[in-house]
Design a protein around this ligand. Structure first.
Ligand code: SAH
Ligand code: SF4
Ligand code: F3S
Length: 465
């Protein structure tokens, strides 16, 4: 069956569900609750799932208690993420008892792991539908089968290397939006489950991406974030060869007043060309999220990261030189198997040298099926937690210095949300939050703010135009 055929077939299931679901739930518009765990890639998938639910005639709700369909889109990146899902699925038992017609569905990265899908099936008999990341486009068919047969369904397709374009989208935000440019990952860092649950890297055609970006901008989006696990390797297998810097530049040339960001950049592929494009376009955020993971060359090798500290510093120095007001953020793992005190000190050294704007910090979590999970590790969780404490203290002192240096400066900011009565959170082009006084009517608008105060890492400012 061709891709178009298979999507047409899904539309037929959607049509049938528009008749079936109201009868099953005795309401014109059944309620669907969707909760998303994990990264923006999952958020973007959930926006497509929500789009499909709306096409089936459902109304989205924020209240689990009133829902007829509950769906959790799960993340497998660390054990903690998985434990939260297990706990929250356990808590649904009472709802299912109260409303036997309730359809509980689980999807996403966790479900692509056989042992997890098995565990869910065995431990949670009230879960009616389990499906993986490779079959999201078949969601209408899966719902149809689950409700018409009344049987429990587990569907974990194989990675067919295809991208299914044209799915409906219900975007969560009205002025900030996600735009996936590629799916999957080919890097196989030894600690990471993502390539195992998301399949091989594949890029969307530039024409389709540009069209989606244009639509978003003309419908009022002010910030678009281009998404991929490693955007710098964008372009593999495209009919017309395009690099990520070229794509970024084309998006930035669309007419209108908007900002573009992107994530994530892998240091092994981050090029000077990329930095130049950021430096030269006022619409591209001067923000680079460049995960370094470890400051020890020995550990980087064991992680299969394909760069060393010298190469990392080279790109950082170039970016600092070229990009005005650069915000540099990163991910770091503490306690990779066998990481010694000396390796850890190298990580602290790198943090001191770079002075990141902010850091996302993780204690290593073994993932079944990855090479690192089999590596010998003499260190306890307590050792790792103590190191994490030390790292956080260092980053705090760096962040305090950075926020203090922003006082007195003026920035263009996007007003994002109400923090509390009379106070709004705004964000600079580099992604730094500044609290300003103002009313909610300003949300979604660009303003100029002067930073007046930095306290406990919170920047306060006032709108000056
Ligand atoms: N593709 C992105 C990251 C995706 S996962 C990249 O390569 O940068 C987000 C972050 O989770 C990673 O950067 C890493 O720091 C962390 N991470 C991934 N697997 C982990 C594990 N097993 N234990 C702890 N942290 C992990
Ligand atoms: Fe995981 Fe590495 Fe791929 Fe990032 S690049 S998703 S850390 S395997
Ligand atoms: Fe988690 Fe899957 Fe993203 S494992 S981090 S939701 S790609």
């Amino acid at each position: 069956m061709s891709e178009n055929n298979s999507l047409e077939r899904q539309e037929e299931y959607t049509e049938m569900l528009r008749d079936i679901l109201p009868l099953r739930y005795d309401t014109d518009s059944p309620r669907a609750f969707v909760h998303t765990y994990g990264c923006q890639q999952n958020v973007a998938d959930s926006e497509r799932i929500k789009g499909m639910l709306e096409k089936m005639g459902c109304t989205l709700t924020e209240e689990k208690e009133e829902a007829d369909i509950i769906l959790f889109n799960t993340c497998a990146v660390r054990e903690h993420a998985e434990d939260r899902v297990f706990g929250n699925v356990g808590a649904l038992k009472a709802l299912k008892r109260k409303k036997p017609s309730l359809l509980i569905a689980l999807c996403g990265c966790m479900m692509e792991q056989e042992h997890i899908a098995d565990k869910i099936y065995k431990s949670f008999p009230y879960v009616g539908l389990v499906f993986g990341t490779h079959v999201i486009h078949r969601f209408p068919e899966l719902v149809y089968n689950a409700v018409t047969t009344g049987r429990r369904l587990v569907e974990r397709g194989t990675d067919d290397g295809k991208i299914y374009e044209g799915l409906p989208i219900h975007r969560d935000g009205s002025f900030k939006g996600w735009l996936p440019v590629m799916y999957g990952c080919d890097n196989f860092c030894t600690y990471c489950i993502v390539p195992h649950v998301r399949g091989r890297e594949r890029s969307r055609e530039p024409g389709i991406i540009l069209e989606e970006a244009e639509n978003m901008i003309s419908s009022g989006y002010k910030e678009i974030t281009l998404l991929g696990q490693n955007v710098n390797s964008y372009g593999k297998g495209l009919s017309e060869k395009t690099s990520f810097p070229e794509l970024l530049k084309s998006v930035s040339e669309i007419e209108g007043d908007f900002w573009i960001s992107f994530m994530t950049s892998h240091p092994k592929d981050a090029s000077k060309e990329l930095i130049d494009v950021i430096a030269e376009s006022p619409k591209i955020s001067p923000h680079l999220h460049l995960p370094f993971q470890s400051g020890s060359d020995r550990i980087l090798k064991l992680m299969n990261r394909h760069y060393d500290v010298e190469r990392y510093m080279e790109i950082v120095e170039y970016a600092k030189k070229r990009i005005k007001d650069l915000a540099l953020t990163s991910d770091v793992i503490v306690g990779f198997p066998g990481e010694t005190e000396e390796d850890f000190q190298c990580t602290l050294d790198l943090i001191r040298r770079v002075e990141f704007t902010s850091l996302f910090t993780f204690i290593y979590s073994p993932r079944e099926g990855t090479p690192a999970a089999k590596m010998h590790d003499p260190y306890t969780h307590g050792d790792k937690a103590a190191r994490m404490g030390e790292l956080l203290k260092l980053q705090e002192s760096i962040s305090a210095k950075r926020t203090a240096a922003m006082v007195g400066q003026k920035y263009r900011v996007l007003i994002e949300e109400q923090a509390r009565e009379g106070i709004l959170n705004s964000r600079t082009h580099g992604g730094i939050v500044v609290e300003v006084q103002g009313e909610p009517e300003l949300i979604g608008r660009f303003m100029t703010a002067e930073v007046t105060e930095a306290r406990n890492f919170i920047l306060r400012g006032r709108i000056i135009g």
